[in-house]
Design a protein around this ligand. Structure first.
Ligand code: GAL
Length: 674
């Protein structure tokens, strides 16, 4: 059904979606008419409407004002623009919080949020849920069959964590469902430690402000619970709109590297994954983590096209210094998303606001109006997006998978008491992804539950916490002939955050063919010399392990320090596969070289081997065509790509044979028959 709904969506949109958040409630009706005229000029075919409009739709409890929305929906429809209609529940109106202040989320330290922002709700609050359901129902009743409606956008960027009494009540229910009886919960949380044993369910609360450290298993379950409590809100609204009409896709918008919601779990409940992303234009390398996010979002629904729901046309406004996207950068970032599977290019927002917190956030239509650099770039891109419509619905293939797991993230970062407490999961993931990106390898992102059959190489960055099923999936992958590249401090604890028995690295001792006696985090500034068996030298820092080989062999050993002569990198044959375990943090070049050698040995080749890193190269395909995306991120260097056979550059409409030259900050999208 999901595929069917998205297929119908693409048909109605006519290819890739182009547009942004549209907030007409902030403007006079004369402006709406100018908006639609300029939207057409810019090639807009989809807007996300009413995202924060609750106060305008329901100015008093139960008193609805839909007239303005009727008019805007009609106007958009008349102008051929589809509507991604939002439920406005990310911004509860002041009358609601005034009447029911218990809806405001309480923070871990006991302070309660106040009014004047957004996302000021406790997702467990029955009152919030009741009012959210009411406005959602009214919208669904009224607009489900409006001809402009092409998609439902449920709420916005689900995220608040709440420590309210209602959250405690809901947490207890969640725990009862998970554990069944108190004995199981006491075991899971190791409550004999520091005498935390529970004798009644009503004694359990959300982990609000402890005297010192909080029980690590309780925190972990609270993270899972928070993700699920938010998801319950999403599902409740989704089910309401779906009960009126089943053939319209329903989704919500996610954020980049967002820790509070397990997006693997969420994506199962959506028709497509959608991402809001704001790479810092001041960071010249920000397109690399963006590429990872795009790969993740494509992977969240098993390789299906995803939607770029929000990005900035130029500067954002939330940092201390908000630099502009230089000419060409917005286009390049947009094409980058499409190159990695996005079927849309959308912005926050259509028209720059005059007031409010984000009045200096750029927009498709900036304060300076249509006669502006940004609007010209937006309109040019709108034309190009239309030219790329054959790409809509196409997918891609990869031989390498990178494991990305929210439970592992929470285990590594949420809890004190680890041998070192400054792990950054996004950083370690990026460290593993970057050399693959630089060498143009197609990479999918996987969860411990994903199908690993399509891959030859599985990269496992610091998987400290992994459940039995996930550990077995990684192990089975190697047994069946895959190559596993795993980093230190993996497989240590079970799903309850309890250290696995029989020595580290519990879940993976047989897989890596070694036992670790102790983890030896390095002191600040400490570096150690390492030599690979082939003679290459490297440096190690940050982390070492007192490792004892069992079936594994040393691929590299320390040549100094107390662990001199011991393995720093282990290789092990396991079943029909191979495992390489990095027991330390190698310097970037040595790490990259080892990863790339192993990838090559596993039989994975990039078809863009040898091309410079600043030229990002990816492929989308369907049964008949492939589309080569060539994106030059350098502002100074041109890049030339040899081509076998012939194709057509969709952006220029010109045939290409022999080679393609891509100008600085330029792009080419070559369509070729397969
Ligand atoms: C997003 C949010 C938008 C807007 C944008 C720009 O995270 O969904 O409403 O605030 O950021 O900051």
């Amino acid at each position: 059904m999901t595929d069917h709904r998205m297929h119908a969506f693409r048909r109605r949109i006519g290819g890739l979606a182009y547009g942004g958040d549209y907030n007409p409630e902030q403007w006079r009706p004369e402006i709406w008419r100018e908006d639609v005229r300029l939207m057409r000029e810019a090639g807009v075919n989809l807007v996300s409407l009413g995202v924060f409009a609750w106060a305008s739709l329901e100015p008093e409890p139960g008193k609805y004002e839909f007239g303005w929305l009727d008019e805007v929906m009609d106007l958009l429809h008349k102008n051929g623009i589809g509507v991604n209609l939002a439920t406005p529940t990310a911004a509860p109106p002041v009358w609601l919080t005034h009447k029911h202040p218990e809806v405001f989320p309480v923070m871990a330290d006991g302070r309660r949020f106040g009014f004047g922002n957004r996302l000021h709700y406790d997702p467990s609050s029955p009152i919030y849920r009741e009012y959210a359901a009411a406005i959602t129902t009214r919208l669904a009743e009224r607009y489900s069959y409006h001809p402009a409606l092409v998609m439902w956008h449920i709420s916005n960027e689900y995220g608040p964590t709440a420590y309210n009494e209602a959250a405690s009540v809901n947490f207890r229910l969640w725990l009862r469902r998970r554990y069944g009886d108190l004995q199981a919960l006491n075991d899971a949380w190791s409550t004999r430690f520091w005498g935390q044993v529970y004798t009644g369910w009503d004694q359990i609360a959300v982990p609000e402000h402890p005297r010192t450290w909080m029980n690590p298993s309780r925190i972990l379950d609270f993270k899972r619970f928070t993700s699920d409590a938010l998801l319950e809100c999403y599902i409740a609204e989704r089910d309401i709109v779906r009960s009126y009409r089943t053939d319209i896709p329903v989704l919500t918008n996610f954020m980049r590297f967002y820790r509070n919601a397990d997006y693997w779990r969420w994506a199962e409940e959506e028709d497509a994954a959608a991402l809001d992303i704001y790479p810092d234009p001041a960071d010249p390398g920000s397109h690399v983590p963006a590429a990872f996010q795009f790969d993740l979002f494509r992977s969240l629904k098993g390789g299906r096209p995803w939607l770029l729901m929000e990005q900035a046309a130029s500067a954002v406004s939330q940092w201390k210094l908000n630099v502009v996207k230089e000419p060409g950068r917005m286009r390049l970032g947009s094409l980058q998303a499409v190159s990695r599977g996005a079927d849309s290019v959308m912005f926050f927002q259509w028209r720059a606001g005059r007031g409010g917190q984000e009045r200096f956030h750029s927009a498709m239509l900036p304060h300076s109006g249509p006669d502006s650099r940004t609007f010209r770039e937006v309109a040019d891109l709108g034309r190009e997006v239309r030219l790329l419509s054959p790409v809509a619905g196409t997918t891609s293939r990869a031989g390498i998978a990178v494991l990305f797991d929210w439970n592992g993230w929470w285990g590594l970062e949420e809890v004190a008491g680890l041998p070192r407490n400054d792990f950054s999961y996004p950083e370690t993931v990026m460290r593993h992804y970057t050399p693959l990106w630089e060498h143009h390898h197609a990479v999918d992102v996987v969860s411990p539950r994903s199908d690993l059959n399509p891959y030859k190489v599985l990269v496992v960055p610091n998987a400290y916490l992994i459940d039995d099923e996930g550990a077995e999936a990684v192990t089975a992958f190697a047994r069946a002939g895959g190559t596993v590249l795993m980093s230190f401090f993996s497989g240590v604890v079970d799903a309850c955050n309890r250290v696995r028995p029989d020595g580290y690295p519990g879940a993976f001792r047989r897989l890596i063919g070694a036992k670790i006696d102790e983890y030896w985090p390095a002191r600040p500034g400490e570096e150690f010399a390492v030599r690979f068996s082939g003679g290459r030298t490297a440096t190690a820092s940050w982390w070492r392990e007192d490792i004892h080989l069992e079936t594994g062999t040393a691929l590299a050993t320390y040549t100094d320090g107390l662990l001199a002569g011991r393995a720093a990198v282990v290789a092990n044959s396991f079943g029909s596969g191979r495992v390489v375990y990095f027991a330390t943090l190698l310097n970037d070049d040595a790490f990259a070289a080892t990863v790339l050698e192993e990838v090559r040995a596993a039989g994975v080749r990039s078809r863009f081997e040898g091309l410079p890193a600043h030229l990002e190269c990816t492929v989308r395909e369907d049964e008949r065509h492939e589309y080569l995306f060539l994106l030059n991120h350098s502002a100074d260097l041109t890049a030339t790509v040899p081509l076998t056979g012939e194709g057509t550059d969709l952006l220029t409409g010109t045939p290409v044979t022999g080679e393609v030259t891509v100008a600085p900050l330029g792009a080419a999208v070559i369509q070729r028959a397969r």
